[in-house]
Design a protein around this ligand. Sequence first.
Ligand code: DAH
Length: 344
Amino acid sequence: MQEKLNNIYKSASEDIEKAQSGADLDEIKLKYLSRKGELNSIKKGIKDLSVEEKKVVGSLANEISNKLENALSAKYKEFYQKELDAKLEKEKIDITLPGKYIPRGKEHPLTSTTEEIVKIFRTLGFSQIPTADAPEVETEYFNFDMLNVPKDHPARDVQDTFYTKIAPFTVLRSQTSNAQIRTMEKMKPPIRIIAPGRVYRNETLNARKNNFFHQIEGLYVDKGVTFGDLKGVLNEFIRSYFGAARPTRYRSSFFPFTEPSVEIDVQCIMCEGKGCRTCSGTGWLEVLGAGMVDVNVLKGVGIDPDVYTGFAFGVGVERLAMLKYAINDIRLFFNDDKRFLEQF
Ligand code: DAH
């Protein structure tokens, strides 16, 4: 029996020596040291030996199993350390290497300009209506009829307005002025709202014109609103938007939904009024249309024009951004060129 034990010890020791991995050690452990292992099957026979032999064989068996346990755990440690070293070597980080460039998105200049304009009008007492309250796909009723635009007005012509086939009489709105009607049909005066959004026109493209762009509509209806109020609000808006005095002019104009009507031009920043491609040689860029709400519009939505008056305006967002940041072509806003967008 002693010889058997010594043989087990010998071959187990050799196996441990030859082991290549923790998995090999697991197998060795199972083979020699587990409950059903070789050492244990010998130990089971000890009970049949004489007292004398029991002592000798028993202590040898214990000694061998202790030695093997120790040899195994030393080997386990060795493998663990090796694996750890390899892993650390593989995952080593060279902190002196330059970092990976992760491009960050930025707010589009039209988004920030819109927010800036909305904020100014908010401080002047206007509240923004939910965008869903004045849709981009609109009926002629809201885009034209109720705004007193005659059936034969050239703006309705397919040349300017995109008609859709979704339903009869539907268009992509050509102006945010639909927000005026949609608001006045729901609300009674006093009304003081702004409505930012996108509009569409079938235009020939150039440095000033794109076939969609952004406007911010404003409407103020109450008792005793005058043209003086219109000038006061719009002058204050221009002053706070540009932060400093900018040459500005009021030009008498015509819109079917306002009477009288004006347009406000701001001096072209690209050429300082000398005339260039952006302002088509005039030295000015039109930034908004405005006027006193036409009596017919008020009557149409059931507001008594003998009691209430109001003014309305439509601001061109791209034009205002161009004039602040000296952007010489409206199309730059829409062609997703990162070299342009990164500057804001
Ligand atoms: N809707 C006009 C346009 O797109 C701009 C405008 C003019 C809006 C006068 C108004 C207004 O509210 O009163 O050209």
